[in-house]
Ligand binder design. Structure first.
Ligand SMILES: N[C@@H](CCC(=O)N[C@@H](CS)C(=O)NCC(=O)O)C(=O)O
Length: 213
């Protein structure tokens, strides 16, 4: 079985981080192909792998899967023993809801506070961004209080929902977003994951510098 994950720059590609983290947590072996974004040949290079013209994309032998959340779902099916979704049906349903909410929403936060793992740029949130931040903090608190148990993550043990919010964690650190204690503790739990540390170290070692707002 050969798994290849095609990703963008680790410093900038928020969507790439999500399935990469899930793959690392799954214990499955995979290779990665990194295609720097915003270069003259980026579009052509991505289209060699991805029918949507976007990364991430996963190749599993002859199968190609695009869209970060679909890739995460597939990895969960490949590694059922790792419980990448919560085992409890109610927790799993809420984990899927918050993951879908991330995948389809928070466009103000995403556009006005783009992922730039290396940067440290404290920034005041606009009212629209603050609404996104408030909703994320609210849902993190709800998940932690209702399903966190004794674990450090949204549903106790690490799950795909945590991977979906990992790029938000980097934004909150980069832009020095003030957070209440439960959310701040969760940020620290994600940052301390060995796989997250590995991604951040690789991002720090990249040399490309892209224009970000
Ligand atoms: N909905 C997609 C979004 C993927 C996406 O927007 N990827 C960006 C990089 S983070 C991309 O491929 N951009 C192509 C380009 O800049 O040429 C997913 O969840 O995978």
């Amino acid at each position: 079985m050969t798994l290849i994950l095609i990703i963008g720059n680790k410093n900038y590609s928020s969507w790439s981080l999500r399935p990469w983290l899930v793959l690392r947590q799954s214990g499955l072996e995979f290779a990665e192909v990194r295609i720097p974004l915003d270069q003259p040949d980026t579009g052509d290079r991505i289209r060699q792998y991805s029918p949507s013209g976007r990364v991430p994309v996963l190749q599993h032998d002859d199968l190609t899967i695009w869209e970060s959340l679909a890739i995460c779902e597939y990895i969960a099916e490949l590694a059922p023993d790792r419980s990448l979704w919560p085992v409890d049906a109610s927790a799993r349903a809420v984990a899927r809801a918050v993951s879908a909410e991330m995948h389809s929403g928070f466009s103000d936060l995403r556009s006005q506070m783009p992922v730039d793992c290396r940067a440290r740029r404290p920034r005041m949130a606009t009212p629209a961004v603050q609404r996104d931040i408030d909703r994320i903090v609210e849902l993190w608190q709800t998940c932690r209080q209702q399903f966190g148990g004794t674990g450090d993550f949204l549903f106790g043990d690490f799950s795909i929902a945590d991977a979906m919010y990992a790029p938000v964690v980097t934004r909150f650190v980069t832009y020095a977003v003030p957070l209440p204690p439960i959310a701040q503790a969760y940020v620290e739990a994600i940052e301390q994951l060995p796989a997250m540390q590995e991604w951040l170290a690789a991002a720090a070692a990249e040399t490309e510098v892209l224009d970000t707002p």
